[in-house]
Design a binder for this molecule. Structure first.
Ligand SMILES: O=C(O)C[C@@H](O)[C@H](O)C(=O)CO
Length: 272
């Protein structure tokens, strides 16, 4: 059984609130990244008290109201399906605060966590604040929405990004890793991948492997699955006919995304 691949495991914790995924330091090998996906029916509310963790609340689909009990952000979220490929709204809430998410419509929400000790202001990250990048060429094309990149100082540890990969293409490719705390050359960041496919019966392949192959897993990943990347390279290949979406959460001792490409495959970047 894979240690890195998580299937949705639905638990209704209160009326209308279903936990789809819950990745914590207690149930995984990750220390810096925590992750939940929750489904909310219209009118239902999810509340959480954050201790020494910060949280980025991403309105994956549907409309929600978010409050930290001091500020309220109403009717946020921009899409019915992630495959509308438009950026969405998110809210950053710092450690030692609490928050409430109320569904205005049927909603799927990602909660991205990392340990955090210095309180920062709650921040609405509007869809239009996402940095949009088209990366790659040939069969390595992907569209990136930078929700909480290292250039945005709103968080202590969290980095959050979403990536759309076209049918028949590869992303997180050529393979790169960020598993050495060795700046300025490389940063140590754990990572989680929350995947969706369009059409939903699709699948992608993701390999997670370290230089010494102490980790080397190649996974068939289906709609709604989560892949954990405690270390190593983590490329994704998308079969013909299907589009891929994933939401990445990254965190580590230093909030800098400095990756190292696997030298054997770096030539991919240098094709004319
Ligand atoms: O550019 C991509 O293909 C996305 C990846 O960079 C992805 O966000 C990741 O692997 C981050 O380390």
């Amino acid at each position: 059984m894979s240690k890195l691949l998580r299937k949705p495991n639905l638990k209704e914790t209160s009326p209308g609130v279903t936990i789809v995924h819950e990745v914590t330091s207690e149930n995984s090998s990750l220390e810096y990244v925590g992750f939940k996906v929750i489904d909310l029916t219209p009118g239902s509310t999810y509340t959480e008290e954050l201790a020494k963790v910060e949280c980025c609340i991403v309105a994956l689909t549907g409309k929600i109201n978010v409050s930290d009990h001091e500020q309220a952000f109403k009717n946020i979220g921009t899409r019915e399906s992630v495959f509308e490929k438009k950026p969405t709204d998110s809210v950053y809430v710092s450690n030692d605060r609490s928050f409430e998410v109320e569904a205005v419509s049927q909603a799927r929400v990602a909660l991205c966590y990392s340990p955090s000790f210095k309180q920062l202001p709650t921040m609405l990250i509007k869809a239009e604040d996402n940095g949009i990048e088209n990366r790659g060429k040939y069969s390595n094309k992907r569209l990136v929405h930078n929700i909480l990149p290292d250039s945005n100082p709103s968080a202590n540890n969290l980095l959050v990004v979403e990536v759309f990969t076209e049918s028949g293409n590869w992303s997180s490719y050529p393979p790169h890793k960020h598993d050495q705390d060795n700046l300025p050359n490389e940063s140590f960041l754990e990572e989680s991948y929350y995947h969706e496919m369009n059409p939903r019966q699709g699948f992608v392949f993701q390999r997670v492997y370290t230089d010494d192959r102490s980790i080397d897993e190649t996974m068939a990943v289906e709609n709604g699955d989560v892949v954990l990347v405690p270390a190593g390279y983590h490329p994704v290949g998308v079969p013909d006919g299907y589009e891929s979406y994933y939401l990445n959460v990254m965190a580590g001792p230093t909030r800098i995304w400095k990756f190292h490409n696997e030298p054997a495959h770096e030539w991919i970047l240098n094709r004319k």
